[in-house]
Design a protein around this ligand. Structure first.
Ligand code: CA
Length: 238
């Protein structure tokens, strides 16, 4: 079985030759869904239409730069991003990682190396056992791969922030996660000023995940500290 076939990759690069070469290489490596864009505008259009699993993002683009495009993408997608940075611009690398990129690669690069990085990031992000990507709740479940809550076969999509918050809670399931840790997970280092909006995002999450959002049984408030996600482990007998 092809491990990578299902992942939709969006390659944003304005140099035609690099775009074509990478796209062909990824397809030959078993990626069945490779999308390409040569501008920020086209990238955003594709990203709205397709559930992209990973973005490869060039920094210098004809209608903007990769950093602002990254921030635009983050408004609706939590998918990992690998930046393509130009040689001799180390500040790009630092800025990219500071924004929360998952990896970067310096141009000119060996295409094989980029493919390895893409596979590594995909495995790191999505590669756990399938049961691990589903959070079972009372009458529904959260599908982390789809960034959605599934109830009676209906998909309720999560926003990027809701996704990052539930993922963080799930990584520490049944334990207290502090407000600081949750803000870090959702907004990164620069979360100052956003902490007041945390309860709002939690409320929206509860509306999507709880049977009775006003008396939650899964996302529990721990007064003055943070929140705790209460879920049963499949292996647990209780
Ligand atoms: Ca470029």
């Amino acid at each position: 079985m092809n491990e990578f076939g299902k992942y939709r990759i969006l390659l944003i690069e304005d140099e035609k030759d690099i775009r074509k070469m990478l796209s062909e290489l990824l397809q030959s490596e078993g990626f069945d869904y490779v999308f390409t864009a040569d501008s920020c505008a086209k990238a955003l259009k594709t990203a709205y239409e397709q559930p992209i699993a990973l973005f490869v993002l060039d920094i210098m683009l004809p209608d903007g730069d990769g950093f602002s495009l990254y921030e635009d993408i983050r408004h609706f997608s939590a998918a990992p991003v690998i930046f393509l940075t130009a040689k001799g611009r180390p500040e790009d690398k630092i800025k990219g990682l500071g924004l929360g990129a998952d990896d970067y690669i310096v141009k000119p690069f060996l295409t094989g190396e980029l493919v390895l990085r893409i596979k590594a990031v995909l495995r790191r992000t999505y590669g756990k056992a399938t049961t691990d990507t589903k959070i079972m709740l009372a009458d529904r479940y959260v599908d982390l791969e789809k960034a959605a809550v599934i109830k009676n076969d209906k998909e309720i999509s999560l926003t990027a922030k809701e996704f990052l918050l539930i993922k963080k809670l799930y990584e520490n399931k049944n334990k207290i996660v502090t407000n600081d840790a949750l803000c870090m997970a959702a907004w990164g280092d620069g979360y100052y000023g956003y902490e007041n909006t945390l309860p709002v995002h939690i409320r929206h999450l509860r509306e999507k995940t709880e049977l009775k959002p006003s008396s939650p049984v899964h996302i529990i408030t721990v007064k003055g500290l943070g929140y705790r996600l209460v879920v049963k482990d499949e292996q647990d007998n209780i």
